[in-house]
Design a protein. Structure first.
Length: 99
């Protein structure tokens, strides 16, 4: 698939880009190369049984992810101007309505 100059103009209009007439040939060639490259990707066969890539030998195992809580140096209530029942209390913003 190749794009014509008019196709590139339409593409630029859809992307809301201003393209100078002098740059149109160069841009058309660049987009053609991009479209050609993306077209080559369709030739690659992908299977669901392909494993993920891990650098190094296959014997190297990754450690298990373990979620651990980390104690804070200072609790939030210590640096919050107003902190009640585990929440930061902030003033209402004027003009947003509400009660």
């Amino acid at each position: 698939m190749t794009l014509s100059r008019d196709g590139v103009r339409q593409l630029a209009a859809l992307a809301e880009l201003a393209v100078e007439e002098a740059d149109l040939d160069r841009l058309t060639a660049q987009i053609d190369r991009i479209v050609e490259y993306v077209g080559q990707l369709s030739a690659v066969t992908a299977t669901l049984d392909a494993g993920g890539f891990h650098p190094g030998p296959a014997e190297v195992r990754l450690r298990d992810d373990v979620v651990r809580s980390t104690a804070l140096t200072h609790p939030p209530a210590e640096f919050a101007p107003d902190f009640r029942e585990g929440f930061f209390v902030v003033p209402k913003l004027a003009g947003l309505g509400g009660r």
